[in-house]
Design a protein around this ligand. Sequence first.
Ligand SMILES: Cc1ncc(COP(=O)(O)O)c(C=O)c1O
Length: 430
Amino acid sequence: MTCPWERRYAQRMQGMSGSIIRELLKLTEQPDIISFAGGLPAPEVFPVTRFEEATQRVLAEHGAQALQYSTTEGYRPLREFIVEKMSRYGIKARVENVLITSGAQQALDLIGKVLVDPGDVILTEQPTYMGALQAWRAYQADYVTVPIDDDGICLDDRFIEALRAGPKFMYILPNFQNPTGVTLSLERRRKLVQIADHYGIPIIEDDPYGDLRYEGDHLPPLIVLDAEFQEERGTSGNGRGFVRGNVIYLGTFSKTLAPGLRLGWMVAPEEVIKRCVMAKQGMDLHTSSFSQMVADEVAKDDYLDEHKLLIRQVYRERRDVMLAAMAEYFPLGVYWTRPSGGLFLWVTFPDWLDAAELLKTAVEYKVAFVPGAAFHPNAREGVGHNTARFNFSNAQPAQIEEGIRRLGQVLTRVLAEHQEEERDPELVMA
Ligand SMILES: Cc1ncc(COP(=O)(O)O)c(C=O)c1O
């Protein structure tokens, strides 16, 4: 007897659909497409030789340990490395505050498993990272959203209104946000931690791009501002500023070393880490010991810092090429952000233009981007329809120039057709 699978799926599957980005990545597998769609780092900057040497050393010196089961919390030397790395940003964590995860994506999932009950509301920026929405939908979360502008999430009446929905936590991407490339200003960072404290709502600070700043000063993470705020008020508990407060910070090696490692980390109060450890045991027991030991070997002796200099140089150039090409080839009426870091910029087309339709034509011209609507959780029909995310890290500069030139052609054609239709509506009816 064949089994009726449809009737056997859990209720939570009803709210879930595959990620549009993953689907688009399939499209970009066609070799002749110039893709600005994925969020992929440049493969040319992967430190392959360093990985090769590190792998050999790990196998020669700790082969059995690298291939054995390990602790859920993660490889201790790597956690110590992260503590040291975080301290440079002012984050006073102890090893007990750090959990190694299988990418930051798993940390998002763990947060869902540990914090979200069906029907809980999560406050997010709008637009926001699709992968987080996807992870928490599986735990039957609802979303309340607040728009962002050039300084990040708007802390005005709309924010206060969103708080009325009683969110379980807020999800904030302070640096070079995915998808817009926007950075949360220092003033708003301070205000946000104060509001979070006032209303007793935790913040999930997702920061995969903080290390990829191409100009300007690094801004303090929310977890640091929160700790300072707690200390000023004498509520930090132990008086030593160790991670105790309202913020859970997420980091990753995906953008600085290699996403295929699947290595990220969570910095949180010890009690939260303990819960996440329990939840992680049911998911994968622990993150690959082998990956962790190789990453530790690769990153040590300041190699990661050196490597970041190279990455920033390569990505800054690509961002500049994309910005210059947009200025040259995109017609009037199209706008875009100018991010100081990260991997993405955000384009806004005229209001009447549907980015998903535009993508279909763009693919005929062998160029791809991600239409923006998917980054808007439970948006009213049509919200964000005229926006798109563009990645500038993956394509080579010459391809970026060529891809934007082709899109400029597509846009010029589509805008001209629209003007024609406006002049003579009968033509469209015919
Ligand atoms: C905002 C954000 N969070 C989390 C992730 C997941 O990263 P990881 O590769 O560490 O799982 C990404 C990946 O693009 C991202 O953009």
